[in-house]
Design a protein around this ligand. Structure first.
Ligand code: THU
Length: 141
């Protein structure tokens, strides 16, 4: 088996605590499934996110994308590590993986519940064969 070993990034405990705190702010009026995320950029800043649902269900946004969009909207596109916390250590959805891949294929993603880390893997591992910005450049119409 070909397994890549991803080392635990520094200060993971702090990121886990911030993601768990953000999870408390999740607006989950419909699913009741709260998700928290903490994204550290290469500059050292941390952006948190929670999922935000809507009565028009399809408008719901995931915690991971809220954190990423907060960072990008502040001019930060170089990411160091992303932590995702749910009550069950649930896995990021495909849409969030694609958004992560846009910016940071090598970024470690730490998936955890409220007590422990379930896995640490890179975005490339979570989304093999991601559609990337370069794919657009090489495509004839
Ligand atoms: N959710 C996230 O916030 N992140 C994911 O990666 C998976 C799903 C949210 C969306 C919705 O508010 C709830 O979890 C149930 O799908």
């Amino acid at each position: 088996m070909n397994t890549t070993v991803v080392l635990m990034p520094a200060d993971t405990d702090h990121l886990l605590a911030l993601a768990a705190e953000a999870r408390e702010r999740a607006y989950v009026a419909y699913s009741g499934f709260a998700v928290g995320a903490a994204l550290r950029t290469r500059s050292g800043k941390i952006y948190t996110g929670c999922n935000i649902e809507n009565a028009s269900y399809g408008l719901t946004v995931c915690a991971e994308r809220v954190a990423i969009w907060k960072a990008v909207s502040e001019g930060e596109t170089e990411f160091d590590v992303l932590v995702v916390v749910t009550s069950i250590g649930g896995s990021p959805c495909g849409a969030c993986r694609q958004v992560m891949a846009e910016f940071a294929l090598d970024m470690p993603v730490i998936i955890a519940d409220l007590e422990q880390v379930h896995s640490v893997s890179t975005v490339a591992e979570l989304l093999p064969g991601a559609f990337l910005p370069g794919d657009l450049l090489s495509a004839p119409r």
